[in-house]
Design a protein around this ligand. Structure first.
Ligand SMILES: *Cc1c(COP(=O)(O)O)cnc(C)c1O
Length: 348
């Protein structure tokens, strides 16, 4: 694929020259032996930014979340999770399949939170009939929406009063922090463990980091090895992560502004059914046009869009710019005003 306006996800970014240079010159050792200096630097830097004691580099956020859940929960324990959450819905059921952890899914409210009453009502009494409820997990951002510190404090406080551990899937936590103008540590505060993706809006090619107290991160290190994530000269990858944390956090504000611009452009085409920008994402469910036909038309113009089940998801990131938005506007104008109608948009 050559140059394309790729709005499918913020995972599609390609490392630029400066990031590749940082990777090429990274000092490396064997990270399983814990003597890769660049990996250790990334882990220390992430722990500090998230206000945690320790951190551990992982190949993916899926594995970082799974090791986090397994560090908290043993076989037959239960974790409370939003039923639209990534760990429940988009990680192959790994907590149950590989961790023997029973998920207790709970409804996600329209703002991405889980109602406190639903959390409290799902915590099982100590009774031989039940799995042991051990952990609450939340996700921030959730479908681009920011969960604020007041809610996070209330939910994690509730969990703690009931003796539960807390895990945050903070794949896009830096987007939330930038949107709120606070430190990521403020949003991580109530959680024991936090998983942060380097390979989303931060622009690194590979990697996530799990941060938390030393004992849980120690347990996660053992689990990472068991799960096949004990990689060796990871300094090459960690260097990209360090570069991402140093250069690409504050600029997430540009992605958010660009998502707002994109939402404004798309709102000009009522057939699409508009949606507001949520940090770096815009969602909509078109009612006035066939989504697959529209998607194919855009692909023909070099524009890729995500989404499933009849909805569209547009994600802004390092590799789309204002010219990309101009091309989206022009493509929509053509599709809805003239050439595109002939593509069968209203005929199905
Ligand atoms: C991307 C993502 C993850 C981790 O995904 P990987 O592709 O395994 O790195 C976890 N949670 C959320 C919310 C995500 O968006």
């Amino acid at each position: 694929m050559t140059a394309m306006d790729d709005f499918r996800s913020d995972t599609v970014t390609r490392p630029d020259g400066a990031m590749r240079a940082a990777m090429a010159s990274a000092e490396v050792g064997d990270a399983v032996y814990e003597d890769c200096p660049t990996t250790r630097r990334l882990e220390a830097m992430t722990a500090e930014r998230l206000g945690k004691e320790a951190a551990l580099f992982f190949p993916t956020g899926t594995q970082s979340n799974l090791a986090g859940l397994m560090a908290h929960c043993g076989r037959g324990d239960e974790y409370l999770v939003g039923q639209m959450a990534h760990t429940f819905l988009y990680e192959g059921g790994g907590a149950a399949v590989l961790g023997s952890i029973q998920p207790q899914p709970l409804p996600n409210e329209p703002d991405g939170t889980i109602a406190l009453a639903a959390i409290e009502g799902a915590i099982k009494p100590d009774d031989i009939h039940h799995a042991r409820t051990r952990l609450l997990t939340l996700e921030n951002t959730f479908a681009g929406m920011v969960l604020d510190p007041a809610y996070l404090g209330a939910a994690t406080g509730l969990a703690r009063r009931h003796g539960l551990g807390t895990h945050l899937d903070g794949a896009r936590l830096m987007n939330a922090a930038v949107a709120l103008g606070c430190g990521a540590d403020v949003l991580a505060r109530g959680f024991d463990t936090v998983s942060l993706c380097l390979s989303k809006g931060l622009g690194a090619p590979v990697g996530s980091v799990l941060a938390g107290p030393g004992d849980l991160i120690g347990a996660a290190r053992r689990l990472r090895k068991m799960l096949g994530g004990g990689m060796r000269q990871t300094g090459i990858l960690a260097a990209a992560g360090i570069h991402a944390l140093e250069r690409n956090v504050a600029r997430l504000a540009e992605d958010h502004a660009r998502a707002a611009g994109l939402a404004g452009i798309l709102a000009g085409f009522p057939e699409l059914g508009s949606g507001p920008a949520r940090t770096n994402m815009v969602f909509m469910t078109p009612a006035g046009t066939d989504v697959d036909t529209f998607r194919r038309f855009l692909a023909g113009r070099g524009i890729a869009v995500g989404g499933r089940n009849g909805s569209l998801r547009w994600v802004t990131h390092l590799d789309v710019d204002d010219a990309s938005l101009d091309r989206v506007r022009a493509a929509c104008e053509d599709y809805f005003s003239g050439n595109g109608r002939g593509q069968g948009s209203n005929t199905a």
